[in-house]
Design a protein. Sequence first.
Length: 336
Amino acid sequence: MGQADVGELYKHLDTTTALLKEDLDVSYMDALIETSENILDGGRVKVEDGLPHQQVRDQLSEQYNQIKLAQLTTDEIRQAMQLAILRGERTDLIQANHQMTPDSIGFLVAYLLEALADLPSDATLLDPTVGTGNLLYTVLNRLQVADEPALTAYGVDNDDTMLALAGVSARLQQLNVELYHQDAISDLVVPQVSASVADLPIGYYPVDERAATFATHAATGHSYAHHLLIEQSMRYTVAGGFGFFVVPSMIFKSEEAKGLTKWMTSATYMQGLLNLPRELFSSEAAQKAILILQNKGEQAKQAKRILLGEFPSLKNQAGFRRFTAELAQWKQQNLA
């Protein structure tokens, strides 16, 4: 098993999606959802109002018969779905805030969560901006230990197409995920979770009356959605629990930074802000970071030295090993 198997599954996903896209006259993403549902149904082709046509059904069945999910790991299935979704983003011209979190960023979020959060074996996770699920599923696949109970995760999104893709992807990977179609700034139906992760969309939240119930709302005009989502995520995270958020590197230099900082100081401990490797971004202005917050309570305490800096290049293995050792030492000195 390996990249060849990922490529083979992606080829079948892309081929069958293209067949359905043309025959049903739908978007690539909708066709990908349809073909995934067919695969989950044992390769049986869903027929409605005579579509897809018989010739296309035969072609689909031939492709489905070649798919052997049982021979793939969950992360190989995730990677194949990721490639298909990336193809869909290009084909359907998906807006930037709806584009999938790259694997490299997901890996770094998962690494920090694993290294710092000391999660119990029955941990629960929340992603309030789950999208197609790639960030959350990257984290789950890294954290899940064989022979232990499956971790439970909750995802929220207000885009039904993205959520449907997250749903079929989770089922293909056999992940224990509950997904909710709602505005993540409204009252959520998820329980308190062990930790939160999110790749936050950047922009303004339009419902001022709802934003006004948050400490991070703007004094005048619309509030920053990413500020509200950080506060909301920590509301649903247990006392002493961590939140790991992909944010603009310049988050504390905006006009609304003062309100965000005031809330963070009163409700959480800011434990770190680590810039993601520069190579992942087209410009310095586009660079993002991972913000690390911990709720007050239990054994939590403010780190004596906040974790600041930048991840080394992912291509620099020696540099990353040094970073790993330095992070372990920082944790021992500041969080233990």
